[in-house]
Ligand binder design. Structure first.
Ligand SMILES: Cc1ncc(COP(=O)(O)O)c(C=O)c1O
Length: 307
C-alpha cells in the first residue's frame, strides 16, 4: 500500500481524494513538481535529485498562481523524505507534489479560495527511450507567458502538452517539440531542448516561454565542467534540422537523444558523442556514483529490516 501526504498527514494514496467540485479540477488552478529518486541497491539508499531546487521552483510557481501552500522549502523536503521512508519503495521513484485551489466553488478567480497540498510517489523507469527518439515539430504552439505563465509549473497548462503529445503519438512520433508564437523553438513537450552545432551546446533562453528546467541547469553545469561551450540564445526551427546533435532534458525524460526530427536524421542517426558523455555522467551522478556531484542529492536511507 502506497502512502500519500494530504491534509497535513500521511494516508493511503487511494484515500487521498478530492470532490469533483474542486476548483483546480474544474479550472486547472494548481501547481506541481516532478522529482526523481534513484535507488541504489548496494547501499539501500534512494538518491533524490535536486530536492531543494524543485521545492524552490514549486514555491515560485505558487507565488505566480497566488497559491499559499503553507510550507517552507525545508518543511516540504522533510515531509517528502518522511513519505519516502514510510513508503520505502526499492525502485526508482517519481515524486509528485501538488498545491491547488481546493474549495468547491463556481468562481473563476484565484482569490478567497482555500489552498491544499498533496504529495504522492510512484515507481518510474524511463519516461521516454534514452537511446534515440523520433520527434515532430508540433503544429500546436507553446503557451505564451502572458497567457499562461510558462515558467510556472501550472496543472492547467499541461493541456498544451497533452494536445501536442497526443498528435505526435497518433502521427507515429515519440514526442513533440514546441515553437513559440514568434516561430522560435521553445522546448520539448515536457522537457527543455539542447542542440549541438560545431562543438557548441545551445539552448533556448528563459524568455522563450520555457519552463526553467532544473535538468537544463544540471546539463549546463556539466558542460561547464567538461569545458564544452554553452550558448543560451533563440533557436530557429531549421537549426533543428542541421544540428549535429539534439536532445531533450528533464526530470521525466532524463537526457533523451533525438535521432530523427520531422523525418530527417540528426547527425549520424544515433546519439552523438556530447549527448552520450553528458548522459553517462548524468545517470552516474544521479545514482550517487560521482563524489563531485553528491551535492545534487538528498539520500533517503531505508530501514534494512523493513520489507
Ligand atoms: C514543460 C516542461 N519543460 C521543461 C521541463 C524540464 O524541467 P525539469 O528539468 O526541472 O524537470 C519539464 C519537466 O518538468 C516540463 O514539464
Amino acid at each position: 500500500m502506497s502512502l500519500a501526504y494530504f491534509r497535513k498527514q500521511l494516508m493511503p494514496l487511494e484515500e487521498a481524494n478530492v470532490s469533483i467540485a474542486t476548483h483546480a479540477l474544474n479550472y486547472g488552478t494548481g501547481c506541481f513538481e516532478g522529482i526523481r529518486g534513484y535507488y541504489n541497491e548496494s547501499t539501500n539508499t534512494l538518491q533524490v535529485v535536486k530536492l531543494t531546487e524543485h521545492y524552490q521552483r514549486f514555491l515560485r510557481s505558487c507565488r505566480i498562481m497566488r497559491i499559499d501552500p503553507g510550507y517552507t522549502v525545508d518543511e516540504l523536503c522533510r515531509i517528502t523524505i518522511d513519505l519516502l521512508q514510510k513508503n520505502s519503495t526499492r525502485t526508482d521513484v517519481y515524486i509528485r507534489p501538488l498545491a491547488f485551489k481546493a474549495d468547491p466553488v463556481i468562481k473563476v478567480t484565484l482569490e478567497g479560495i482555500q489552498d491544499e497540498v498533496g504529495i504522492f510517489t510512484v515507481p518510474l523507469g524511463d519516461y521516454l527511450p534514452t537511446t534515440g527518439i523520433h520527434v515532430m515539430v508540433s503544429s500546436w504552439r507553446r503557451l505564451e507567458d502572458n497567457a499562461i505563465p510558462s515558467r510556472a509549473k501550472v496543472t492547467g497548462s499541461y493541456v498544451n502538452t497533452a494536445l501536442a503529445v497526443a498528435d505526435a503519438h497518433l502521427a507515429g512520433f515519440d514526442d513533440a517539440v514546441f515553437l513559440s508564437e514568434n516561430g522560435h523553438v521553445a522546448e520539448g513537450s515536457a522537457a527543455n531542448l539542447f542542440i549541438v552545432r560545431d562543438g557548441m551546446l545551445i539552448t533556448t533562453p528563459g524568455t522563450e516561454n520555457i519552463l526553467e528546467g532544473i535538468t537544463r541547469n544540471i546539463v549546463m553545469e556539466l558542460a561547464n565542467d567538461l569545458e564544452i561551450p554553452v550558448q543560451v540564445r533563440p533557436i530557429d526551427r531549421t537549426e533543428l534540422y542541421v544540428a549535429d546533435e539534439l536532445f531533450l532534458v528533464g526530470t521525466g525524460v532524463q537526457i533523451a537523444p533525438i535521432s530523427r526530427i520531422d523525418h530527417r536524421i540528426v547527425g549520424s542517426g544515433t546519439a552523438g558523442p556530447i549527448t552520450v558523455k553528458l548522459q553517462r555522467i548524468y545517470f552516474d551522478a544521479s545514482r550517487g556514483l560521482i563524489p563531485q556531484y553528491l551535492q545534487w542529492l538528498t539520500p533517503v536511507t531505508y530501514d534494512a529490516r523493513k520489507e
